[in-house]
Design a protein around this ligand. Structure first.
Ligand SMILES: Cc1cc2nc3c(=O)[nH]c(=O)nc-3n(C[C@H](O)[C@H](O)[C@H](O)COP(=O)(O)O)c2cc1C
Length: 204
């Protein structure tokens, strides 16, 4: 089982970075190999260029895909499981990760397939997709105001969509009271890694 972690937080002093550290150490312990796309550290470009817009907006698949996007495509093709880890900012992922979807989900690759065009590889269906986001509000409150559901709809139903087979979303809420929620969040991370470990034999 090969895991790709797509991590989006600018600070190594953040709670979300601590979650990343826990996740990596649990994967190491389970001897599951992973690759990391740390979008801020990589300086991943998230604004679409005009040429990229032309390509996406008008399905001009003859326009070449830039090297940094192709590198992400290779990581996706190499992965059996992708984990998206980020903080909730204004009820969604940070713009950095949104821009990753804007650019990496290129036409002909992640959507808008042209069966006659064999020059572009179609994105494979990734067996496992996990969305893990930290949130300041407690989970109960995010459920009550409908934001948890809308985040699930956007991330799980739309962005992961049919491109992933088994999909899970985990909101690690209540980070305004970190000491209260830390043990619960730790258990969730352990549970996610156990799920990955239990299914890893099929992919070795
Ligand atoms: C710009 C910004 C917007 C935020 N928006 C929300 C929000 O809409 N809902 C929420 O529950 N928490 C929100 N938060 C709180 C973060 O989700 C929380 O700080 C984060 O999950 C955990 O802290 P970390 O930044 O130390 O990793 C926001 C924080 C920032 C900085």
């Amino acid at each position: 089982m090969k895991v790709l972690i797509v991590f989006s937080h600018p600070s190594k002093n953040s709670y979300t970075y601590q979650i990343l550290t826990q996740l990596k150490s649990a994967l190491d312990k389970a001897q599951i190999c992973y690759e990391l796309s740390d979008l801020y550290s990589m300086g991943f470009q998230t604004d679409m260029s005009e040429a990229e817009y032309e390509r996406e907006g008008f399905a001009k698949t003859e326009i070449s895909i830039s090297d940094d996007v192709q590198a992400e495509h290779r990581k996706i093709e190499n992965a059996d499981c992708i984990i998206f880890l980020y903080p909730v900012w204004w009820s969604d992922c940070p713009a950095k990760l949104k821009g990753w979807f804007d650019r990496v989900y290129s036409v002909g690759y992640a959507y808008g397939y042209d069966k006659s065009d064999h020059s572009i590889n179609k994105m494979k269906q990734v067996p496992y997709g996990f969305v893990i986001c930290t949130a300041g509000h407690p989970n109960d409150f995010l459920d009550e105001i409908g934001i948890a559901e809308s985040m699930r709809n956007v991330m799980i139903d739309d962005r992961l969509g049919q491109r992933f087979k088994h999909k899970e979303m985990h909101i690690l809420g209540g980070t305004l009271e970190k000491e209260k929620v830390r043990p619960v969040h730790y258990q969730k991370i352990m549970h996610i890694v156990k799920t990955i470990e239990d299914s890893s034999n099929q992919y070795d």
